[in-house]
Design a protein around this ligand. Structure first.
Ligand SMILES: Nc1ncnc2c1ncn2[C@@H]1O[C@H](COP(=O)(O)OP(=O)(O)OP(=O)(O)O)[C@@H](O)[C@H]1O
Length: 292
């Protein structure tokens, strides 16, 4: 089974007077790992909830595999939204939960699920409600991975896990994706750890779409200059600086925007190394109030 394509058109979600999502449009090709990035309260969960059919759009349309997921049971079997709040049988043990997910998730892999329980060191004898926050998050990751849903969405579940568990999750996700390609959306505002996973990014801010593009394209929106402090300062003077770090005589400055040939030639002649930009730095810049 391969992944579902996603098409979001003019999606609007309102809660009373609050507009959480404001005419957002983007497309995700089937089979890819996408970052849905936005600051707290930017509308990530609201967007994912509509895709998962937990909430009806106030306006606009959402198509998953070409169809509206709302009250579409057959399609919903292939759409998994994993939230930190659970969506599991909290009072039951792992085995009871696995029996349930085996029934509702057509691509459920029971062996992989058991293997993941061992990897994350989860207790098979206790109900999920007695797990710590990190263990609950890890159990969510287990469900999300073993479901192998053609559209799998992780809504910041990894935030509750400690660093070793998070890195294990990222590695497992990548390895499993390579063997079983599908469409995966990771929503987060903590990007540096997960940006290596993305093939594409959707950035939203205060309910509005800022951009939706391929990650390599996104990274070329800026550049990083590394070299002697004075030389770097001279080359980057007048450019839109996104981030700046100094280490003794060396300075690394990240800038946003297109670079002209004169700037690039100046950098090369001053022995300044020019590199790509992290998604994290660009995201912070794009969503900072003072940058607009
Ligand atoms: N059930 C609700 N009732 C009223 N307002 C809501 C409700 N759910 C979300 N909101 C509001 O909608 C906006 C978007 O919230 P949403 O949860 O979609 O953002 P988010 O990007 O997922 O945030 P976070 O990163 O903090 O989880 C916020 O202003 C929030 O206060």
């Amino acid at each position: 089974m391969s992944g579902y394509a996603v098409s979001v058109r003019d999606l609007t979600v309102r809660y009373g007077r609050t507009t959480a999502v404001d005419r957002v449009s983007f497309d995700l090709e089937a089979d890819g790992i996408y970052g849905l990035l936005g600051r707290n309260g930017s509308g990530k969960t609201s967007t994912l909830s509509v895709l998962a059919s937990l909430r009806r759009a106030t306006a606009g349309t959402v198509l998953v595999d070409g169809a509206d997921p709302f009250e579409n049971e057959a399609l919903m079997a292939g759409i998994a939204l994993i939230r930190e709040s659970g969506d599991v049988l909290a009072n039951a043990k792992i085995s009871v939960n696995f029996d349930y997910f085996r029934r509702v998730r057509p691509a459920w892999d029971p062996d992989f699920a058991e293997e993941l329980v061992d990897v994350f060191g989860l207790n098979r004898k206790k109900p999920i409600s007695t797990f710590s926050r990190g263990q609950k998050s890890a159990f969510g990751a287990v469900i999300g991975l073993a479901s192998r849903a053609p559209l799998t969405m992780f809504d910041e579940v990894y935030l509750g896990m400690d660093a070793p568990s998070r890195y294990r999750f990222y590695d497992l996700l990548l390895a499993d994706y390579a063997e079983h390609p599908r469409t995966i959306i990771l929503s987060s505002h903590l990007i540096s750890e997960i940006e290596r996973l993305f093939s594409g990014v959707v950035v939203i801010d205060e309910g509005r779409l800022l951009l939706s593009e391929d990650v390599d394209e996104f990274r070329t929106r800026g550049a990083t200059f590394t070299g002697p402090v004075a030389a770097v300062d001279a080359v980057t003077a007048g450019l839109r600086v996104v981030a700046s770090r100094s280490l003794g005589p060396t300075k690394e400055v990240t800038v946003y925007g297109d670079l002209d040939e004169t700037t690039l030639a100046g950098a090369r002649s001053a022995d300044i190394a020019i590199g790509g930009v992290s998604v994290q730095d660009l995201f912070v810049h794009l969503t900072e109030k003072e940058s607009r």
